[in-house]
Design a protein around this ligand. Structure first.
Ligand code: ZN
Length: 442
């Protein structure tokens, strides 16, 4: 920073003060300090910076300039998405804009004993929705025996939220989310958006994706409030205690907690059945889901998904038609539940939870004995599912049914990883994982 100051002084023909003087003024006259960045840096930025340095080191100015250009474009894209988000902060009777994100996994029991670090815990998920127009925050909470955290699970929370908006006269919706992995950017979420337009008075939904690593959503600070509220060694044993902390932690702007019950999670399988998820657009181009920055569905054009690889208003949408060629669209007023029974825990997790029971007050024992007594799956299922979740790809629907054999699940999970084109273990990259006890953010 001092070097930059000296450089600036040279430009303006001023005489720079000495470093000790600069340091003294900085420390005493300004209310500023340094802290480590709260979020991980962007993987693409880091790689591009390295390759610019490398090219410069080798004297390859052309290469350095080329990567520099790419980096500037990347930064402009990130900035355009941020600007679009900020522009949404106006209240309107018929339009609603919100951002959504999953909090990193909350664990139970939350204990101060260090034995907990060596044990698998029950995962509690929280999907936060932050209204940009009203600043109201809705937190959707459930535990892993209720539902997973794949696209359909996220979509089920969004479905509920949007139908409630439709009831109060909202006609158009803008949703913003990060674009890391397959959780938010896939045909299942698109089908949920289409379904919302079909069964409600919502006329148009726009879903914009912020550039990975640059997506500082308002949800991040909402989650920060929850984290700060639980930092002071508070012990928690059941999901309801997490819910009540979330309800109370923000005094100025209290969060609404929706306790997601299993029957609230819907499956998009019926929606998938009546459409063709085409891989080519009406313009004859390949549909690249992972490049999409903006998707749009319209009540007036059922089964059509409009999309662009940019956040800019003046770039035209491309369109992909999901409608079946031979059949007319049959309206589905409600969707089937995604789960027909509690999701079971792995044997290892159940064992670890039993080990931790000695630290849990007896009144909460019943909760854990019910969760751990149910049939358990083989460990390979658990490991694979965690890898998939960590890579933020959606959990395939086959993991939903406890009755199938683990071999089937294993194959389907790998297939799934293959067809999204993302390797199971590397997608996560520079971003911190959201799984509780293995989180690198802690
Ligand atoms: Zn970046």
């Amino acid at each position: 920073m001092y070097d930059m100051y000296v450089k600036k002084c040279k430009q303006t023909n001023d005489c720079p003060v000495k470093l000790w003087c600069y340091r003294d003024i900085f420390n005493k006259k300004f209310n500023l300090s340094f802290h480590p960045p709260r979020k991980d840096t962007c993987k693409r930025c880091d790689l591009m910076k390295l390759s610019i340095e490398a090219a410069k080191g080798e004297g390859d100015e052309a290469k350095a300039a080329q990567v520099q250009g790419e980096h500037e474009l990347h930064l402009r894209k990130a900035e355009a998405a941020r600007t679009a988000l900020e522009a949404e902060r106006q209240e309107s009777a018929s339009h609603e804009a919100f951002t959504f994100d999953l909090q990193k996994v909350l664990s139970l029991p939350k204990l101060s004993t260090n034995e907990v670090y060596y044990c698998r815990q029950l995962s509690v998920y929280n999907l936060g929705i932050h209204s940009l127009t009203t600043n109201k925050v809705t937190m959707n909470v459930w535990d892993e025996t209720v539902a997973s955290r794949g696209a359909e699970d996220i979509g089920s929370c969004l479905l509920q939220y949007c139908l409630a908006l439709a009831d109060v006269g909202i006609k158009t919706i803008s949703a913003y989310s990060d674009s890391c992995g397959g959780q938010n950017r896939n045909h299942k979420i698109a089908l949920i958006w289409m379904h919302i337009c079909e069964i409600s008075n919502i006329e148009e939904i726009n879903h914009k994706f912020l550039v990975c690593g640059h997506s500082y959503l308002p949800n991040d600070s909402d989650f920060g409030v929850i984290e700060r509220a639980t930092q002071k060694s508070c012990e928690l044993y059941v999901p309801e205690q997490w819910c009540s902390i979330i309800e109370k932690c923000s005094r100025k702007n209290p969060y609404t907690v929706v306790r997601m019950k299993q029957e609230m999670f819907v499956s998009v399988s019926d929606l998938v059945k009546r459409c063709t998820v085409r891989k080519t657009s009406l313009q004859g181009k390949k549909v690249e889901w992972l490049k999409m920055q903006w998707i749009q569905v319209r009540k007036s054009s059922p089964m059509k998904l409009y999309f662009k690889y940019s956040i800019q208003e003046d770039i035209a949408f491309d369109c992909v038609d999901f409608g079946k060629k031979d059949r007319g669209v049959q309206v589905l007023s409600s969707l089937k539940p995604a789960y027909d029974q509690h999701r079971t825990l792995s044997k290892e997790k159940a064992q670890d939870l039993k080990k931790l029971l000695k630290y849990v007050p007896p009144i909460y024992h019943e909760f854990y004995t019910t969760k751990t007594s149910q049939a358990v799956l083989s460990s390979s299922h658990e490991v694979l599912e965690e890898q998939c979740s960590d890579s933020e790809t959606e959990t395939p629907s086959t993991t939903r049914s406890a009755s199938r054999s683990s071999t089937v699940k294993k194959n389907r999970i790998c297939e799934h990883a293959a067809d999204t084109g993302t390797p199971v273990t590397t997608q996560n990259g520079g971003r911190s994982t959201r799984s509780g006890q293995r989180s690198v953010r802690n």
